[in-house]
Write a protein that binds this ligand. Structure first.
Ligand code: NDP
Length: 342
C-alpha cells in the first residue's frame, strides 16, 4: 500500500468511525470517509481536530447504504476498506427491515464495490450482539469468536438481527465470490469512552436519558463493555496485520450492570445523583411491566444472562491491552459533561 492510497472508512459521521479515522490519521495514513450528506464533512473534520488530528489527509465521498450510487467512487484506489456504517437506533423500529436492509444490503454493496476495485481487505464492524444470542447453548457457556447469534430466534430485536444477518452475509460473500477481498470482522461489546461531539451514538444517549431521570430503577441486566479508543486500535491492527485475514475479533473488557452505569454517572457528576436509577428491579417486576411496556419487552431476553466471554484472540493476535470497563464508562461520562451535553 502506498502512502497516497487512502484507507476508506464508511459512516465517517459515526462515533466509532471518528475514533477509527483518528487512529489511522495518527499513524500517518490518508483516509477517505464516506458520508450520506456532504454537508456533514465539516463536522467530522472539527471532531478530528478536537482529537488532535491533522484533518488535511482526510477526504470524503458521498454514498448511502440504501443505494448503489457512489460506492464505486468511494472505494476507488483503496487497498483497505473499513465498513462501520450501519443503523444503530436507540428505539427499535416496528418494521425490522428498516435496520436489516441497510445493514445487510449496504454491507454487500460495500463488498461488491471493494471486489470491483481490487481492494485487498475489508474490515467489517459487526457487533458482540452477533455472537451472544445463540440457540441451545448450555448454562454457563463461555462465549468466543466461534459463537454466532441465531437470527431466527423470535425474541431478538431488529438491531441484533440486522448485525447478525449482515455479518453472516459478509462471510458468505467472502467465501463464494471470486476475487473477493480478505475479510476481517470486529465484534465490539457495548462501546463506551469519549464522545467527540454532540452527534451522539446510542452508546451515549443512554447516559443522556439517565441524566434526565428517565430510569428511576434499573432492570437487572449487564453487558460486556469496551472503550472506543481500544475499538479504534483494533480496527487499525485488523487492517494492517496479515494474520488477521479471515478472522473475527470479540473486543470487550469486563461487564457493567445498567445500575452500575448510573452509579458511575453519579460518582463522576454528583449533581446528577438524584436522577440515576435508585435500585435494581427484580426480574419478576420487569416481566410484569413487559406486559404493558414495549421497552421492557425488548430487554426480556437479557434477564439472567451472564454473557461471560474470552477476549484472548484480540490480545494475542492484535497485541492489544484493553482499558477496563470502569475507565471506559468514566471517560464517556466526563466527555458528555465537557461537551455540556449532560
Ligand atoms: P453511530 O450511530 O454513531 O454511527 C452510525 C453510522 O452509520 C453513522 O455514520 C451513520 O450515518 C451511518 N449510517 C446509518 N445508516 C446509514 C445509511 N443508510 N447509509 C450510510 N450510512 C449510514 O453509531 P456507532 O458509531 O456507535 O456504531 C458504528 C458501528 O458500530 C455500527 O455498525 C454499530 O452497529 C457498531 N457497533 C456499535 C456499538 C456501540 O456500542 N456503539 C457496539 C457494537 C457495534 P449518519 O450520521 O448519516 O446517520
Amino acid at each position: 500500500m502506498t502512502a497516497e492510497q487512502p484507507i476508506v472508512v464508511t459512516g465517517a459521521t459515526g462515533f466509532i468511525a471518528k475514533h477509527v479515522i483518528g487512529a489511522f490519521l495518527k499513524r500517518g495514513y490518508a483516509v477517505r470517509g464516506t458520508v450520506r450528506r456532504v454537508d456533514r464533512a465539516d463536522a467530522v473534520r472539527s471532531a478530528l481536530a478536537r482529537l488532535g488530528c491533522d484533518p488535511s489527509k482526510l477526504s470524503f465521498a458521498v454514498a448511502d447504504l440504501a443505494g448503489d450510487a457512489g460506492w464505486d467512487e468511494a472505494v476507488r484506489d483503496a487497498k483497505i476498506v473499513v465498513h462501520t456504517a450501519s443503523p444503530f437506533p436507540i428505539a427499535q423500529p416496528s418494521d425490522p427491515d428498516e435496520v436489516i436492509r441497510p445493514a445487510r444490503d449496504g454491507t454487500l454493496r460495500v463488498l461488491k464495490a471493494a471486489t470491483g476495485a481490487n481492494v485487498k481487505r475489508v474490515v467489517l464492524t459487526s457487533s458482540a450482539v452477533a455472537i451472544f444470542y445463540g440457540s441451545g447453548l448450555p448454562a454457563g457457556h463461555i462465549y468466543s469468536e466461534t459463537d454466532f447469534t441465531d437470527e431466527t430466534r423470535a425474541d431478538l430485536t431488529p438491531y441484533i438481527k440486522s448485525k447478525t444477518i449482515a455479518e453472516k452475509a459478509a462471510w458468505q460473500f467472502a467465501k463464494t465470490t471470486a476475487g473477493a477481498p480478505e475479510l476481517t470482522v470486529i465484534n465490539p461489546a457495548f462501546v463506551q469512552g469519549p464522545a467527540l461531539d454532540a452527534d451522539l451514538s446510542t452508546s451515549h444517549e443512554l447516559y443522556r436519558l439517565m441524566a434526565r431521570g428517565v430510569y428511576p430503577a434499573a432492570p437487572r441486566i449487564r453487558f460486556p463493555v469496551v472503550d472506543v479508543r481500544d475499538v479504534a486500535q483494533a480496527h487499525v491492527e485488523a487492517a494492517v496485520r496479515p494474520e488477521a485475514a479471515g478472522k473475527r475479533y470479540l473486543v470487550g473488557e469486563g461487564q457493567l450492570r445498567l445500575f452500575e452505569l448510573g452509579q458511575i454517572l453519579a460518582r463522576e457528576l454528583p449533581d446528577l445523583r438524584s436522577k440515576v436509577p435508585k435500585f435494581e428491579l427484580p426480574d419478576v417486576a420487569v416481566r410484569m411491566l413487559a406486559l404493558f411496556d414495549n421497552r421492557m419487552r425488548t430487554i426480556l431476553p437479557e434477564l439472567g444472562q451472564q454473557k461471560d466471554y474470552i477476549n484472548a484472540r484480540i490480545r494475542g493476535d492484535l497485541g492489544l491491552q484493553l482499558r477496563g470497563a470502569d475507565e471506559a464508562a468514566t471517560a464517556a461520562v466526563r466527555s458528555l459533561r465537557d461537551l455540556r451535553l449532560i
